[in-house]
Design a protein around this ligand. Structure first.
Ligand code: DGL
Length: 257
């Protein structure tokens, strides 16, 4: 059982940034990554539809014999984590925009939370805002994940430059990358933002959480080395090379600053 893979999924390639963190934290584990590319994006769809898609992906991953599941997508986590936990007994690690750590970095400026429209509109995020949202602002970014899917880094830079220009002259203490796709944009955001602005994401925390639950349930792999497999509901000839490139990028230089 302990040598079974951990399932990891996202609406597309965003969760590959999480996979990179998981592999760093737990190099002895095997990971099975599924990108639901054919049905992306999730973040602008009705929640019923996201729930249905997430249910399909989860059943597919169960068919792969997973011992635990990481929902490497803030949107799918916000919509479906609770239902999945009520349905299945294996460990399920979900994500949320890293507003809590960002709130600790706030001085007297703003905290911008970049995420999908669905993530930011759901009551789950409302509760997070009620606790940690002083000075924080919801910044929905429709269309931004699509640019990452296409590896359109110039397009993403233009998108972010225009977005940050709205706050010109106003101090921004922290920017939360609240969608796993946006973690790939950290180097671009770093170039566009003043040095004093922290950029925060939840990937390392998610990896530590997976370690914690696997330890607790005595599910850690005893293998010397792990590995990964990638699958997509899109066109494998197009998407698998993108996933491999982004995994390399994620493993090289997306660590927190
Ligand atoms: N990567 C996803 C997230 O973390 C969602 C992108 C989308 O499908 O809209 O929210």
């Amino acid at each position: 059982m302990n040598s079974q893979p951990v399932g990891v999924f996202d609406s597309g390639v965003g969760g590959i940034s999480v996979l990179a963190s998981l592999m760093r934290e737990l190099p002895q584990e095997r990971f099975f990554y599924y990108g639901d590319t054919a049905h992306a994006p999730y973040g602008t769809k009705p929640t019923e539809e996201v729930n249905r898609l997430v249910g399909d992906v989860t059943r597919h991953l169960i068919g792969e014999g997973i011992k635990a599941l990481v929902i490497a997508c803030n949107t799918a986590s916000a919509v479906s984590a609770q239902t999945l936990r009520e349905t299945y007994s294996f460990p399920i690690v979900a994500m949320e925009p890293a507003l809590k750590p960002a709130s600790l970095l706030r001085r007297d400026g703003r905290v911008l939370v970049l995420a999908t429209p669905v993530t930011l509109a759901l009551p789950k995020f409302g509760r997070l805002m009620a606790h940690y949202g002083e000075g924080a602002e919801r910044v929905p970014c429709p269309g931004l994940m699509e640019l990452v899917e296409r590896e359109d880094w110039d397009g993403a830079e233009t998108y972010l430059r225009e977005l940050f220009a709205r706050y010109d002259g106003q101090p921004i203490d922290a920017v939360v990358l609240g969608c796993t796709h946006y973690v790939f944009l950290r180097p671009i955001a770093r170039r566009l933002l003043p040095e004093t602005t922290a950029i925060v994401d939840g990937n390392e925390g998610t990896a530590r959480q997976l370690r914690h639950v696997l330890e607790e349930r005595q599910l850690l792999s005893g293998a010397a080395v792990g590995g990964y497999a990638l699958e997509t509901s899109g066109d494998p000839a197009v998407t698998l090379p993108v996933m491999e490139r982004l995994l390399r990028l994620g493993r090289q230089n997306l660590t927190a600053d």
